[in-house]
Design a protein around this ligand. Structure first.
Ligand SMILES: CC(C)=CCC/C(C)=C/COP(=O)(O)OP(=O)(O)O
Length: 556
Protein backbone atom coordinates (compact mmCIF):
# COMPACT_ATOMS: atom_id res chain seq x y z
CA UNK A 1 0.00 0.00 0.00
CA UNK A 2 2.38 2.75 -1.14
CA UNK A 3 -0.22 5.43 -0.36
CA UNK A 4 0.39 5.11 3.35
CA UNK A 5 4.05 4.21 3.26
CA UNK A 6 5.32 7.66 4.16
CA UNK A 7 2.48 9.10 6.18
CA UNK A 8 4.59 9.75 9.25
CA UNK A 9 5.76 13.35 9.33
CA UNK A 10 8.83 12.28 11.31
CA UNK A 11 9.98 9.72 8.86
CA UNK A 12 12.43 10.39 6.09
CA UNK A 13 10.81 10.14 2.67
CA UNK A 14 13.35 7.74 1.29
CA UNK A 15 13.02 5.15 4.05
CA UNK A 16 12.17 1.78 2.53
CA UNK A 17 9.06 0.50 4.26
CA UNK A 18 7.70 -2.93 4.07
CA UNK A 19 3.97 -2.31 4.07
CA UNK A 20 1.47 -5.15 3.76
CA UNK A 21 -1.66 -4.82 1.70
CA UNK A 22 -4.16 -5.85 4.39
CA UNK A 23 -7.84 -6.06 3.54
CA UNK A 24 -9.94 -3.34 5.23
CA UNK A 25 -12.08 -3.72 8.32
CA UNK A 26 -15.42 -5.38 7.46
CA UNK A 27 -17.62 -4.00 10.25
CA UNK A 28 -17.25 -0.22 10.02
CA UNK A 29 -19.18 1.39 12.89
CA UNK A 30 -21.76 -1.39 13.09
CA UNK A 31 -21.14 -2.29 16.75
CA UNK A 32 -21.25 1.30 18.00
CA UNK A 33 -25.06 0.97 18.20
CA UNK A 34 -24.62 -1.42 21.14
CA UNK A 35 -22.28 0.79 23.23
CA UNK A 36 -23.77 1.27 26.66
CA UNK A 37 -22.89 2.60 30.12
CA UNK A 38 -24.96 -0.07 31.82
CA UNK A 39 -23.51 -3.54 31.55
CA UNK A 40 -26.66 -5.34 32.69
CA UNK A 41 -27.53 -8.05 30.16
CA UNK A 42 -31.09 -8.12 28.84
CA UNK A 43 -33.24 -9.02 31.88
CA UNK A 44 -36.52 -9.68 30.06
CA UNK A 45 -36.24 -13.46 30.53
CA UNK A 46 -34.24 -13.44 33.76
CA UNK A 47 -37.01 -14.91 35.93
CA UNK A 48 -37.73 -17.71 33.47
CA UNK A 49 -34.01 -18.47 33.11
CA UNK A 50 -33.69 -18.74 36.89
CA UNK A 51 -36.60 -21.10 37.16
CA UNK A 52 -35.30 -23.27 34.27
CA UNK A 53 -31.89 -23.36 35.92
CA UNK A 54 -33.47 -24.67 39.10
CA UNK A 55 -35.27 -27.39 37.19
CA UNK A 56 -32.08 -28.51 35.47
CA UNK A 57 -30.23 -28.42 38.78
CA UNK A 58 -32.85 -30.71 40.30
CA UNK A 59 -32.54 -33.10 37.36
CA UNK A 60 -28.79 -33.22 37.92
CA UNK A 61 -29.31 -33.99 41.59
CA UNK A 62 -31.69 -36.94 41.14
CA UNK A 63 -30.04 -40.30 41.67
CA UNK A 64 -32.46 -42.54 39.87
CA UNK A 65 -30.77 -42.46 36.49
CA UNK A 66 -28.24 -44.85 35.01
CA UNK A 67 -24.71 -43.38 34.97
CA UNK A 68 -24.61 -43.33 31.17
CA UNK A 69 -27.86 -41.36 30.97
CA UNK A 70 -26.53 -38.90 33.50
CA UNK A 71 -23.29 -38.46 31.58
CA UNK A 72 -25.16 -37.93 28.32
CA UNK A 73 -27.38 -35.36 30.01
CA UNK A 74 -24.27 -33.55 31.28
CA UNK A 75 -22.76 -33.72 27.81
CA UNK A 76 -25.87 -32.08 26.34
CA UNK A 77 -25.80 -29.37 29.03
CA UNK A 78 -22.19 -28.56 28.17
CA UNK A 79 -22.61 -28.72 24.40
CA UNK A 80 -25.61 -26.42 24.65
CA UNK A 81 -23.37 -23.86 26.36
CA UNK A 82 -25.05 -23.74 29.77
CA UNK A 83 -22.62 -25.93 31.71
CA UNK A 84 -21.19 -22.83 33.38
CA UNK A 85 -24.35 -22.53 35.52
CA UNK A 86 -23.87 -26.01 36.99
CA UNK A 87 -20.11 -26.36 37.41
CA UNK A 88 -20.38 -27.53 41.01
CA UNK A 89 -23.18 -30.05 40.37
CA UNK A 90 -21.50 -31.44 37.23
CA UNK A 91 -18.24 -31.83 39.10
CA UNK A 92 -19.93 -33.72 41.91
CA UNK A 93 -21.72 -36.12 39.59
CA UNK A 94 -18.64 -36.83 37.48
CA UNK A 95 -16.34 -37.27 40.46
CA UNK A 96 -18.78 -39.78 41.90
CA UNK A 97 -19.10 -41.67 38.62
CA UNK A 98 -15.30 -41.71 38.28
CA UNK A 99 -14.90 -42.97 41.84
CA UNK A 100 -17.55 -45.65 41.49
CA UNK A 101 -17.12 -46.95 37.96
CA UNK A 102 -13.45 -46.35 37.13
CA UNK A 103 -11.03 -48.66 38.93
CA UNK A 104 -7.30 -48.10 38.35
CA UNK A 105 -8.22 -46.10 35.28
CA UNK A 106 -10.38 -48.87 33.82
CA UNK A 107 -14.09 -48.27 33.18
CA UNK A 108 -15.92 -51.20 34.77
CA UNK A 109 -19.32 -50.47 33.21
CA UNK A 110 -20.56 -52.27 30.13
CA UNK A 111 -22.47 -50.66 27.28
CA UNK A 112 -22.33 -49.96 23.59
CA UNK A 113 -19.56 -48.01 21.82
CA UNK A 114 -21.47 -44.72 21.79
CA UNK A 115 -22.10 -44.71 25.56
CA UNK A 116 -18.57 -45.74 26.47
CA UNK A 117 -17.03 -43.19 24.14
CA UNK A 118 -19.18 -40.36 25.53
CA UNK A 119 -18.29 -41.41 29.09
CA UNK A 120 -14.58 -41.55 28.20
CA UNK A 121 -14.62 -38.09 26.60
CA UNK A 122 -16.74 -36.38 29.25
CA UNK A 123 -14.55 -37.66 32.11
CA UNK A 124 -11.33 -36.71 30.34
CA UNK A 125 -12.68 -33.25 29.52
CA UNK A 126 -12.99 -32.75 33.29
CA UNK A 127 -9.38 -33.81 33.82
CA UNK A 128 -10.33 -37.28 35.14
CA UNK A 129 -8.13 -40.08 33.81
CA UNK A 130 -9.75 -43.06 32.09
CA UNK A 131 -7.82 -45.71 30.19
CA UNK A 132 -8.52 -46.04 26.44
CA UNK A 133 -8.29 -49.83 26.85
CA UNK A 134 -12.06 -49.73 27.21
CA UNK A 135 -12.14 -49.63 23.40
CA UNK A 136 -10.13 -52.87 23.00
CA UNK A 137 -13.29 -54.93 23.02
CA UNK A 138 -14.35 -53.29 19.74
CA UNK A 139 -11.40 -54.81 17.91
CA UNK A 140 -11.56 -58.10 16.02
CA UNK A 141 -9.34 -61.18 16.24
CA UNK A 142 -6.63 -59.46 14.17
CA UNK A 143 -6.37 -56.59 16.62
CA UNK A 144 -7.95 -53.98 14.35
CA UNK A 145 -11.22 -52.13 14.83
CA UNK A 146 -14.04 -54.40 13.71
CA UNK A 147 -15.64 -53.69 10.35
CA UNK A 148 -19.00 -54.30 12.03
CA UNK A 149 -18.66 -50.89 13.70
CA UNK A 150 -18.99 -49.12 10.36
CA UNK A 151 -22.79 -49.54 10.46
CA UNK A 152 -22.92 -47.88 13.89
CA UNK A 153 -22.62 -44.23 12.85
CA UNK A 154 -23.49 -42.85 16.27
CA UNK A 155 -20.84 -45.04 17.92
CA UNK A 156 -18.24 -44.17 15.30
CA UNK A 157 -18.91 -40.47 15.69
CA UNK A 158 -18.57 -40.69 19.46
CA UNK A 159 -15.36 -42.72 19.20
CA UNK A 160 -14.01 -40.15 16.74
CA UNK A 161 -14.73 -37.31 19.19
CA UNK A 162 -13.30 -39.32 22.12
CA UNK A 163 -10.07 -40.00 20.24
CA UNK A 164 -9.25 -36.27 20.23
CA UNK A 165 -8.64 -36.50 23.99
CA UNK A 166 -5.52 -38.61 23.29
CA UNK A 167 -2.23 -38.15 25.08
CA UNK A 168 1.22 -39.45 24.09
CA UNK A 169 1.58 -43.20 23.66
CA UNK A 170 -2.10 -44.01 23.21
CA UNK A 171 -1.80 -46.13 20.11
CA UNK A 172 -5.37 -47.37 20.33
CA UNK A 173 -6.75 -43.82 20.09
CA UNK A 174 -4.52 -43.10 17.07
CA UNK A 175 -6.02 -46.19 15.44
CA UNK A 176 -9.53 -45.14 16.49
CA UNK A 177 -9.04 -41.70 14.95
CA UNK A 178 -7.75 -43.12 11.67
CA UNK A 179 -10.46 -45.79 11.52
CA UNK A 180 -13.38 -43.49 12.31
CA UNK A 181 -12.15 -40.63 10.09
CA UNK A 182 -11.77 -42.94 7.09
CA UNK A 183 -15.08 -44.71 7.47
CA UNK A 184 -17.15 -41.68 8.49
CA UNK A 185 -15.89 -39.91 5.40
CA UNK A 186 -16.71 -42.81 3.11
CA UNK A 187 -20.21 -43.53 4.43
CA UNK A 188 -21.29 -39.91 4.70
CA UNK A 189 -22.93 -39.96 1.26
CA UNK A 190 -25.20 -42.81 2.34
CA UNK A 191 -26.56 -41.03 5.42
CA UNK A 192 -29.66 -38.90 5.91
CA UNK A 193 -28.94 -35.22 5.22
CA UNK A 194 -29.24 -34.49 8.96
CA UNK A 195 -26.74 -37.14 10.03
CA UNK A 196 -24.45 -36.40 7.08
CA UNK A 197 -24.29 -32.77 8.24
CA UNK A 198 -23.25 -33.87 11.77
CA UNK A 199 -20.57 -36.13 10.38
CA UNK A 200 -19.27 -33.45 8.02
CA UNK A 201 -19.15 -30.90 10.80
CA UNK A 202 -17.29 -33.20 13.22
CA UNK A 203 -14.78 -34.18 10.58
CA UNK A 204 -13.94 -30.51 9.99
CA UNK A 205 -14.15 -29.35 13.59
CA UNK A 206 -13.91 -31.92 16.34
CA UNK A 207 -15.50 -31.03 19.67
CA UNK A 208 -12.14 -30.87 21.44
CA UNK A 209 -10.90 -28.24 19.01
CA UNK A 210 -14.09 -26.22 18.64
CA UNK A 211 -15.06 -23.06 20.49
CA UNK A 212 -17.85 -23.62 22.98
CA UNK A 213 -20.07 -20.70 21.84
CA UNK A 214 -19.93 -21.93 18.26
CA UNK A 215 -20.77 -25.42 19.40
CA UNK A 216 -23.66 -24.07 21.49
CA UNK A 217 -25.13 -22.09 18.58
CA UNK A 218 -24.92 -25.13 16.31
CA UNK A 219 -25.91 -27.78 18.84
CA UNK A 220 -29.08 -25.94 19.88
CA UNK A 221 -30.60 -26.69 16.48
CA UNK A 222 -29.21 -30.24 16.36
CA UNK A 223 -30.57 -31.00 19.83
CA UNK A 224 -33.94 -29.52 18.94
CA UNK A 225 -34.31 -32.08 16.17
CA UNK A 226 -33.61 -34.97 18.53
CA UNK A 227 -37.05 -36.47 19.26
CA UNK A 228 -35.96 -37.23 22.85
CA UNK A 229 -34.64 -33.80 23.71
CA UNK A 230 -35.20 -32.32 27.15
CA UNK A 231 -37.60 -29.42 26.67
CA UNK A 232 -36.51 -27.56 29.80
CA UNK A 233 -32.84 -27.77 28.93
CA UNK A 234 -33.41 -26.65 25.35
CA UNK A 235 -35.44 -23.62 26.42
CA UNK A 236 -32.78 -22.69 28.97
CA UNK A 237 -30.06 -22.96 26.33
CA UNK A 238 -31.90 -20.66 23.92
CA UNK A 239 -32.83 -17.98 26.45
CA UNK A 240 -29.40 -18.06 28.06
CA UNK A 241 -27.66 -17.78 24.70
CA UNK A 242 -29.63 -14.65 23.85
CA UNK A 243 -29.16 -13.15 27.30
CA UNK A 244 -25.39 -13.62 27.05
CA UNK A 245 -25.43 -12.27 23.52
CA UNK A 246 -26.97 -9.01 24.75
CA UNK A 247 -24.05 -8.62 27.19
CA UNK A 248 -21.48 -9.43 24.51
CA UNK A 249 -23.06 -6.87 22.20
CA UNK A 250 -22.58 -4.13 24.78
CA UNK A 251 -18.99 -5.17 25.34
CA UNK A 252 -18.24 -5.14 21.62
CA UNK A 253 -19.97 -1.76 21.33
CA UNK A 254 -17.96 -0.26 24.18
CA UNK A 255 -14.62 -1.50 22.87
CA UNK A 256 -15.44 -0.21 19.38
CA UNK A 257 -16.31 3.16 20.90
CA UNK A 258 -13.02 3.19 22.84
CA UNK A 259 -11.13 2.29 19.68
CA UNK A 260 -12.85 4.97 17.63
CA UNK A 261 -12.15 7.64 20.26
CA UNK A 262 -8.55 6.53 20.48
CA UNK A 263 -8.34 6.90 16.71
CA UNK A 264 -5.27 4.71 16.55
CA UNK A 265 -6.36 2.70 13.51
CA UNK A 266 -6.73 5.91 11.51
CA UNK A 267 -3.35 7.12 12.67
CA UNK A 268 -1.57 3.82 11.97
CA UNK A 269 -3.05 2.99 8.56
CA UNK A 270 -0.37 0.39 7.88
CA UNK A 271 -1.80 -1.84 10.62
CA UNK A 272 -4.72 -4.24 10.45
CA UNK A 273 -7.93 -2.63 11.66
CA UNK A 274 -9.50 -5.58 13.46
CA UNK A 275 -11.02 -4.34 16.70
CA UNK A 276 -14.21 -6.41 16.38
CA UNK A 277 -12.14 -9.54 15.71
CA UNK A 278 -10.01 -8.73 18.79
CA UNK A 279 -13.20 -8.62 20.89
CA UNK A 280 -14.19 -11.94 19.37
CA UNK A 281 -10.80 -13.42 20.21
CA UNK A 282 -11.16 -12.53 23.87
CA UNK A 283 -14.81 -13.65 23.92
CA UNK A 284 -13.58 -17.01 22.65
CA UNK A 285 -11.20 -17.30 25.61
CA UNK A 286 -14.03 -16.79 28.12
CA UNK A 287 -17.66 -15.98 27.44
CA UNK A 288 -19.16 -16.09 30.95
CA UNK A 289 -20.67 -12.91 32.45
CA UNK A 290 -18.21 -12.84 35.35
CA UNK A 291 -15.36 -12.32 32.87
CA UNK A 292 -16.81 -9.20 31.29
CA UNK A 293 -14.09 -6.96 32.70
CA UNK A 294 -11.44 -9.54 31.80
CA UNK A 295 -12.64 -9.55 28.20
CA UNK A 296 -12.41 -5.77 28.08
CA UNK A 297 -8.74 -5.83 29.14
CA UNK A 298 -7.91 -8.77 26.96
CA UNK A 299 -9.46 -7.18 23.83
CA UNK A 300 -7.37 -4.07 24.34
CA UNK A 301 -4.19 -6.11 24.86
CA UNK A 302 -4.85 -8.20 21.73
CA UNK A 303 -5.52 -5.01 19.74
CA UNK A 304 -2.16 -3.58 20.86
CA UNK A 305 -0.32 -6.79 20.11
CA UNK A 306 -1.84 -6.70 16.66
CA UNK A 307 -0.66 -3.09 16.07
CA UNK A 308 2.77 -3.90 17.45
CA UNK A 309 3.03 -7.08 15.37
CA UNK A 310 2.27 -5.09 12.23
CA UNK A 311 4.75 -2.41 13.22
CA UNK A 312 7.55 -4.96 13.59
CA UNK A 313 6.48 -7.13 10.66
CA UNK A 314 5.73 -4.40 8.27
CA UNK A 315 6.05 -0.65 8.76
CA UNK A 316 8.82 0.01 11.29
CA UNK A 317 12.40 0.49 10.16
CA UNK A 318 15.06 -1.42 12.02
CA UNK A 319 16.30 1.68 13.87
CA UNK A 320 12.79 2.69 14.93
CA UNK A 321 12.11 -0.83 16.11
CA UNK A 322 15.27 -0.82 18.23
CA UNK A 323 13.98 2.38 19.87
CA UNK A 324 10.53 0.92 20.49
CA UNK A 325 12.03 -2.26 21.94
CA UNK A 326 14.17 -0.23 24.36
CA UNK A 327 11.14 1.83 25.36
CA UNK A 328 9.11 -1.30 26.13
CA UNK A 329 12.04 -2.75 28.08
CA UNK A 330 12.05 0.41 30.21
CA UNK A 331 8.21 0.54 30.46
CA UNK A 332 8.18 4.20 31.40
CA UNK A 333 6.23 7.08 29.89
CA UNK A 334 9.38 9.23 29.89
CA UNK A 335 10.59 7.08 26.96
CA UNK A 336 8.05 8.82 24.71
CA UNK A 337 10.54 11.51 23.72
CA UNK A 338 12.85 8.91 22.15
CA UNK A 339 10.25 7.66 19.69
CA UNK A 340 9.07 8.81 16.25
CA UNK A 341 5.54 10.26 16.25
CA UNK A 342 3.61 7.21 15.11
CA UNK A 343 5.32 5.06 17.74
CA UNK A 344 4.63 7.64 20.46
CA UNK A 345 0.95 7.11 19.89
CA UNK A 346 1.26 3.34 20.11
CA UNK A 347 3.51 3.41 23.17
CA UNK A 348 1.35 5.88 25.05
CA UNK A 349 -1.78 3.93 24.29
CA UNK A 350 -0.11 0.68 25.45
CA UNK A 351 0.86 2.25 28.76
CA UNK A 352 -2.67 3.61 29.16
CA UNK A 353 -4.09 0.12 28.77
CA UNK A 354 -1.59 -1.04 31.35
CA UNK A 355 -2.74 1.70 33.75
CA UNK A 356 -6.33 0.52 33.30
CA UNK A 357 -5.33 -3.05 34.08
CA UNK A 358 -3.37 -1.82 37.08
CA UNK A 359 -6.37 0.06 38.45
CA UNK A 360 -8.57 -3.04 38.20
CA UNK A 361 -6.05 -5.38 39.78
CA UNK A 362 -5.43 -2.94 42.64
CA UNK A 363 -9.19 -2.84 43.26
CA UNK A 364 -9.09 -6.63 43.59
CA UNK A 365 -5.92 -6.66 45.70
CA UNK A 366 -4.13 -8.62 42.95
CA UNK A 367 -1.29 -6.28 41.97
CA UNK A 368 1.05 -9.29 41.97
CA UNK A 369 -0.29 -10.14 38.49
CA UNK A 370 1.19 -6.99 36.94
CA UNK A 371 4.88 -7.82 37.00
CA UNK A 372 4.17 -11.15 35.26
CA UNK A 373 2.14 -9.40 32.57
CA UNK A 374 4.84 -6.79 31.97
CA UNK A 375 7.61 -9.40 31.91
CA UNK A 376 5.77 -11.43 29.27
CA UNK A 377 5.01 -8.30 27.25
CA UNK A 378 8.68 -7.33 27.22
CA UNK A 379 9.58 -10.87 26.18
CA UNK A 380 7.29 -10.81 23.15
CA UNK A 381 8.53 -7.41 22.02
CA UNK A 382 12.14 -8.58 22.34
CA UNK A 383 11.24 -11.65 20.28
CA UNK A 384 9.59 -9.45 17.61
CA UNK A 385 12.86 -7.51 17.57
CA UNK A 386 14.90 -10.67 17.08
CA UNK A 387 12.75 -11.56 14.07
CA UNK A 388 13.08 -8.01 12.69
CA UNK A 389 16.90 -8.23 12.99
CA UNK A 390 16.88 -11.59 11.19
CA UNK A 391 14.89 -10.04 8.34
CA UNK A 392 17.13 -6.98 8.25
CA UNK A 393 20.22 -9.16 7.95
CA UNK A 394 18.57 -11.65 5.59
CA UNK A 395 19.40 -14.29 8.16
CA UNK A 396 17.62 -17.62 7.76
CA UNK A 397 17.59 -19.15 11.24
CA UNK A 398 17.90 -22.84 11.97
CA UNK A 399 14.78 -24.54 13.30
CA UNK A 400 16.50 -24.65 16.71
CA UNK A 401 16.90 -20.85 16.62
CA UNK A 402 13.54 -20.20 15.05
CA UNK A 403 11.16 -22.21 17.23
CA UNK A 404 11.81 -20.71 20.71
CA UNK A 405 11.45 -17.18 19.30
CA UNK A 406 8.46 -17.89 17.11
CA UNK A 407 6.61 -19.62 19.93
CA UNK A 408 6.90 -16.34 21.84
CA UNK A 409 5.81 -14.24 18.85
CA UNK A 410 2.75 -16.46 18.43
CA UNK A 411 1.53 -14.20 21.24
CA UNK A 412 0.12 -17.14 23.16
CA UNK A 413 2.48 -17.10 26.15
CA UNK A 414 1.67 -13.42 26.88
CA UNK A 415 -2.01 -13.94 26.12
CA UNK A 416 -2.22 -16.94 28.46
CA UNK A 417 -0.80 -14.74 31.22
CA UNK A 418 -3.09 -11.84 30.25
CA UNK A 419 -6.13 -14.10 30.35
CA UNK A 420 -5.30 -15.05 33.95
CA UNK A 421 -4.99 -11.41 35.04
CA UNK A 422 -8.76 -10.99 34.79
CA UNK A 423 -9.73 -14.34 36.30
CA UNK A 424 -9.84 -13.36 39.93
CA UNK A 425 -8.51 -15.07 43.01
CA UNK A 426 -8.23 -18.56 41.48
CA UNK A 427 -5.21 -17.19 39.58
CA UNK A 428 -2.84 -17.02 42.54
CA UNK A 429 0.77 -15.85 42.45
CA UNK A 430 1.89 -19.51 42.35
CA UNK A 431 -0.19 -19.97 39.23
CA UNK A 432 1.40 -16.91 37.60
CA UNK A 433 4.79 -18.42 38.34
CA UNK A 434 3.64 -21.58 36.65
CA UNK A 435 2.01 -19.99 33.59
CA UNK A 436 4.94 -17.68 32.84
CA UNK A 437 7.44 -20.55 32.82
CA UNK A 438 6.13 -22.12 29.61
CA UNK A 439 4.27 -25.13 31.05
CA UNK A 440 3.35 -27.89 28.59
CA UNK A 441 -0.14 -26.53 27.97
CA UNK A 442 1.10 -23.01 27.09
CA UNK A 443 3.92 -24.43 24.99
CA UNK A 444 1.29 -26.59 23.26
CA UNK A 445 -1.07 -23.65 22.60
CA UNK A 446 1.85 -21.57 21.28
CA UNK A 447 2.82 -24.39 18.92
CA UNK A 448 -0.76 -24.86 17.72
CA UNK A 449 -0.83 -21.14 16.98
CA UNK A 450 2.59 -20.84 15.40
CA UNK A 451 2.45 -23.95 13.23
CA UNK A 452 -1.11 -23.43 11.95
CA UNK A 453 -0.25 -19.81 11.20
CA UNK A 454 2.84 -20.95 9.27
CA UNK A 455 0.81 -23.29 7.09
CA UNK A 456 -1.86 -20.75 6.15
CA UNK A 457 -0.10 -17.41 6.01
CA UNK A 458 3.24 -18.25 4.54
CA UNK A 459 2.56 -17.28 0.94
CA UNK A 460 0.78 -14.02 1.75
CA UNK A 461 3.57 -12.98 4.11
CA UNK A 462 6.40 -13.86 1.77
CA UNK A 463 4.93 -11.58 -0.91
CA UNK A 464 6.37 -8.76 1.10
CA UNK A 465 9.54 -9.01 3.13
CA UNK A 466 8.73 -11.14 6.16
CA UNK A 467 10.98 -13.09 8.46
CA UNK A 468 11.68 -16.60 7.14
CA UNK A 469 8.95 -18.97 8.13
CA UNK A 470 9.13 -22.41 9.68
CA UNK A 471 8.51 -23.85 6.22
CA UNK A 472 11.53 -22.10 4.68
CA UNK A 473 13.84 -22.74 7.60
CA UNK A 474 12.86 -26.40 7.53
CA UNK A 475 13.20 -26.77 3.76
CA UNK A 476 16.66 -25.20 3.80
CA UNK A 477 17.92 -27.02 6.88
CA UNK A 478 16.71 -30.46 5.71
CA UNK A 479 17.04 -29.83 1.98
CA UNK A 480 13.46 -30.88 1.39
CA UNK A 481 10.25 -29.62 -0.18
CA UNK A 482 7.24 -27.62 1.02
CA UNK A 483 5.01 -30.70 1.39
CA UNK A 484 7.51 -32.33 3.76
CA UNK A 485 7.75 -29.11 5.77
CA UNK A 486 3.96 -28.86 6.00
CA UNK A 487 3.80 -32.48 7.13
CA UNK A 488 6.30 -31.67 9.88
CA UNK A 489 4.09 -28.76 10.96
CA UNK A 490 1.05 -31.01 11.09
CA UNK A 491 2.93 -33.57 13.15
CA UNK A 492 3.96 -30.78 15.50
CA UNK A 493 0.34 -29.65 15.87
CA UNK A 494 -0.84 -33.20 16.70
CA UNK A 495 1.89 -33.53 19.31
CA UNK A 496 1.05 -30.12 20.75
CA UNK A 497 -2.57 -31.23 21.32
CA UNK A 498 -1.32 -34.35 23.07
CA UNK A 499 0.75 -32.11 25.34
CA UNK A 500 -2.28 -29.91 26.02
CA UNK A 501 -4.44 -32.94 26.83
CA UNK A 502 -1.74 -34.47 28.98
CA UNK A 503 -1.20 -31.30 31.00
CA UNK A 504 -4.95 -31.10 31.67
CA UNK A 505 -5.05 -34.66 32.98
CA UNK A 506 -2.00 -34.35 35.20
CA UNK A 507 -2.89 -31.04 36.83
CA UNK A 508 -3.59 -31.02 40.50
CA UNK A 509 -2.92 -27.40 41.33
CA UNK A 510 -4.31 -25.44 38.37
CA UNK A 511 -8.11 -25.04 38.37
CA UNK A 512 -9.94 -26.14 35.21
CA UNK A 513 -11.23 -22.66 34.23
CA UNK A 514 -7.63 -21.44 33.88
CA UNK A 515 -6.63 -24.45 31.79
CA UNK A 516 -9.75 -23.91 29.70
CA UNK A 517 -8.68 -20.35 28.83
CA UNK A 518 -5.41 -21.65 27.40
CA UNK A 519 -7.20 -24.46 25.53
CA UNK A 520 -9.61 -21.86 24.13
CA UNK A 521 -6.70 -19.84 22.76
CA UNK A 522 -5.60 -22.97 20.90
CA UNK A 523 -9.17 -23.63 19.75
CA UNK A 524 -9.46 -20.14 18.29
CA UNK A 525 -6.54 -20.96 16.04
CA UNK A 526 -7.99 -24.33 15.06
CA UNK A 527 -11.09 -22.51 13.82
CA UNK A 528 -9.69 -19.27 12.39
CA UNK A 529 -6.28 -20.31 11.08
CA UNK A 530 -7.49 -23.53 9.52
CA UNK A 531 -7.83 -23.17 5.77
CA UNK A 532 -6.63 -19.56 5.80
CA UNK A 533 -5.83 -16.69 8.18
CA UNK A 534 -9.35 -15.50 8.95
CA UNK A 535 -8.09 -12.79 11.31
CA UNK A 536 -6.33 -10.96 8.53
CA UNK A 537 -8.89 -11.94 5.87
CA UNK A 538 -11.90 -11.39 8.07
CA UNK A 539 -14.67 -11.05 5.47
CA UNK A 540 -15.68 -14.76 5.25
CA UNK A 541 -15.93 -17.34 8.01
CA UNK A 542 -14.93 -14.90 10.75
CA UNK A 543 -17.66 -12.44 9.82
CA UNK A 544 -20.26 -15.21 9.53
CA UNK A 545 -19.38 -16.52 12.97
CA UNK A 546 -19.36 -13.09 14.61
CA UNK A 547 -22.77 -12.45 13.11
CA UNK A 548 -24.11 -15.79 14.37
CA UNK A 549 -22.77 -15.36 17.89
CA UNK A 550 -22.97 -11.63 18.52
CA UNK A 551 -25.57 -10.19 16.16
CA UNK A 552 -28.33 -12.71 15.38
CA UNK A 553 -30.31 -14.03 18.34
CA UNK A 554 -31.33 -17.69 18.50
CA UNK A 555 -35.00 -17.96 17.47
CA UNK A 556 -37.07 -18.92 20.55
C1 LIG B 1 -2.33 -13.76 19.25
C2 LIG B 1 -2.10 -12.33 19.03
C3 LIG B 1 -0.81 -11.79 19.51
C4 LIG B 1 -3.03 -11.61 18.43
C5 LIG B 1 -2.87 -10.30 17.84
C6 LIG B 1 -3.08 -10.35 16.38
C7 LIG B 1 -1.97 -11.02 15.69
C8 LIG B 1 -0.62 -10.51 15.87
C9 LIG B 1 -2.23 -12.06 14.91
C10 LIG B 1 -1.17 -12.82 14.20
O1 LIG B 1 -0.81 -12.17 13.06
P1 LIG B 1 0.20 -12.84 12.01
O2 LIG B 1 -0.47 -14.00 11.35
O3 LIG B 1 0.70 -11.75 11.15
O4 LIG B 1 1.33 -13.39 12.96
P2 LIG B 1 2.89 -13.44 12.74
O5 LIG B 1 3.31 -12.07 12.38
O6 LIG B 1 3.42 -13.84 14.07
O7 LIG B 1 3.12 -14.45 11.66
Amino acid sequence: MPAVANFDPNSKLDLPRNVADYPPNVWGDFFLQYASESMEPDQSNAAEIDSLKNEVRNMLATNNEKPFDKVKFIDSICRLGVGYHFEHEIDQVLQLIHKTYVVNGEIILEDNLHSLAVLFRVLRQRGLYVSPDVFKKFKDGQGIFSKRLIADVEGMLSLYEASHMMIHGEEILEEALAFTSTHLKSISTQLSPFLAAQVKHSLTQSLRKNLSRLEARRYISVYEQDAFHNVVLLRLAKLDFNMLQSLHQKEFGNICKWSKELGITKKLPYARDRIVECCFWSMSVYFEPQYSQARKMMSKVIAHLSFIDDTYDSYGTIDELELFTKAVERWDISCLDDLPNYMKLLYKSLLNVYEEIKEETIKEGREYTLSYFVKDFKTIVQAYMTEARWLDKNHVPTIEEYMPISKITSGYPVLSTTSFVGMGSIATEDIFNWVTNMPKIVNGAALVCRLNDEIVSNEFEQQRGHVSSFLECYMIQYDTNREAAIQECEKGIDNAWKDINEDCLRQTKVPLPLLTSVINLARFIEVYYKDKDHYTHSEGLMKTHIKALIVDPVPV
